[in-house]
Design a protein around this ligand. Structure first.
Ligand SMILES: NC(=O)c1ccc[n+]([C@@H]2O[C@H](COP(=O)([O-])OP(=O)(O)OC[C@H]3O[C@@H](n4cnc5c(N)ncnc54)[C@H](OP(=O)(O)O)[C@@H]3O)[C@@H](O)[C@H]2O)c1
Length: 272
């Protein structure tokens, strides 16, 4: 359903453009209600041509015109962009931050007059297949609805309880996308070593991951273990492979990687 929010973007890079595409294509917000400013003119011009949004010359104008302001610059650019403008934000204005590693309470300290959501989309959001976690403060039902309206076109959108859960989502779903690619590369290498050309090997891997994910998605009521049982007969081929995977403690290696990524996330948050 079309919403009549005026949504403004400070920065129109990759993630902002994915969100704008989702909003326009799903008809959640009309292009004449989407405003944006960008540090350099090139991307703004391209986004304007692509999506018919309303370009503005400065961040100040975006803050002035829009009820919802999305902070879509890189985390390292956030303070220099926002600090000189904090007085321009209105009481109750909605601010949505995409900045990885900048915690909600840091943003609330900067902009105490605003209603703030911290949103973490992963890269498949660009093709509307994302996992998008968000964190808001207390008594935020109206704000939660706005976030759900804006991000549901990009994928599975869920509210998390605290920064710790947002970190778990960042590691498992955002970095997790990278971990999945790592495993896909192991599959591809092994297939190529058996004489398949790279393009065919790649396609075999992609389709295997896609097929497994689709099967799991279409049989949501079934535990993943039950789906695994269906391809595993006793003393069969899959069983032999799985036994080895467990012997080599792949779960332990993965858990260790998750913990390492979480620690790095904490280090980056401290620097922010
Ligand atoms: N991409 C992802 O998959 C992903 C996933 C999760 C979270 N995020 C978060 O999303 C945010 C944006 O990431 P991105 O990948 O979209 O980055 P990006 O492509 O580099 O886009 C950032 C944009 O912000 C603009 N910008 C920088 N400073 C500005 C300022 N003061 N005023 C206005 N615009 C300014 C940049 O302009 P120029 O044209 O001058 O460079 C650039 O177009 C980051 O905080 C990131 O942590 C991204």
């Amino acid at each position: 359903m079309m919403k009549h929010y005026k949504v403004g973007f400070l920065g129109v890079g990759n993630m902002a453009q994915a969100i704008i595409k989702g909003l326009v294509e799903s008809k959640v917000v009309a292009p004449d209600h989407i405003y944006a400013a960008n540090r350099s003119p090139g991307k703004l011009q391209k986004a304007t041509e692509l999506w018919g949004l309303q370009p503005l010359a400065t961040n100040e104008e975006v803050i002035d015109k829009c009820e919802i302001v999305v902070l879509a610059m890189k985390p390292q650019d956030l303070s220099s962009a926002i600090d000189p403008l904090v007085g321009l934000f209105n009481e109750g204005q909605i601010v949505i931050s995409l900045a990885a590693g900048v915690q909600l309470r840091q943003l609330q300290r900067k902009l105490p007059q605003c209603r703030i959501a911290r949103v973490m989309p992963n890269t498949p959001s660009v093709i509307s297949q994302g996992v998008i976690g968000y964190l808001t403060g207390a008594n935020s039902e109206a704000l939660d609805t706005v976030v759900e309206d804006l991000f549901t076109p990009l994928g599975y959108t869920l509210k998390v309880q605290d920064e710790e859960q947002l970190e778990a989502l960042t590691v498992s779903c955002s970095s997790g996308t990278g971990f999945v690619f790592e495993m896909m590369m192991y599959f591809q290498d092994w297939i190529e070593e058996r004489g398949f050309d790279p393009a065919t090997a790649r396609q075999m891997v992609v389709q295997t991951f896609l097929g497994a994910a689709k099967l799991a998605s279409l049989n949501a009521e079934q535990h993943l273990e039950d789906l695994q049982h269906k391809v595993t007969s006793k003393k069969g081929v899959t069983a032999a492979g799985l036994e080895s995977m467990r012997e080599f403690e792949i779960e332990r290696a993965l858990r260790y990687s998750f913990e390492k990524a979480a620690l790095r996330n904490q280090e980056l948050a401290k620097q922010g």
